[in-house]
Design a protein around this ligand. Structure first.
Ligand SMILES: [Zn+2]
Length: 61
């Protein structure tokens, strides 16, 4: 059920939700969602994480 008053402004289903780069789970309306972006070979890369723990886990590799 989509809440039309949602201030997230996202209408994301699991199918097109970004996946966590650490645990590979779809990230849907997660308030702890983290996005990391960086530039690699002149392209902007991004990685999504469900929370800070996953981000820290991925970063450590
Ligand atoms: Zn995760």
């Amino acid at each position: 059920m989509v809440d039309p008053t949602s201030d997230l402004g996202e209408d994301v289903t699991e199918a097109d939700a970004p996946r966590c780069s650490a645990c590979d789970r779809p990230i849907v309306h997660s308030p702890s969602h983290r996005v990391l972006t960086w530039v690699e070979d002149d392209h902007v890369q991004s990685a999504h994480f469900c929370d800070e723990d996953c981000r820290a886990d991925w970063d450590g590799r």
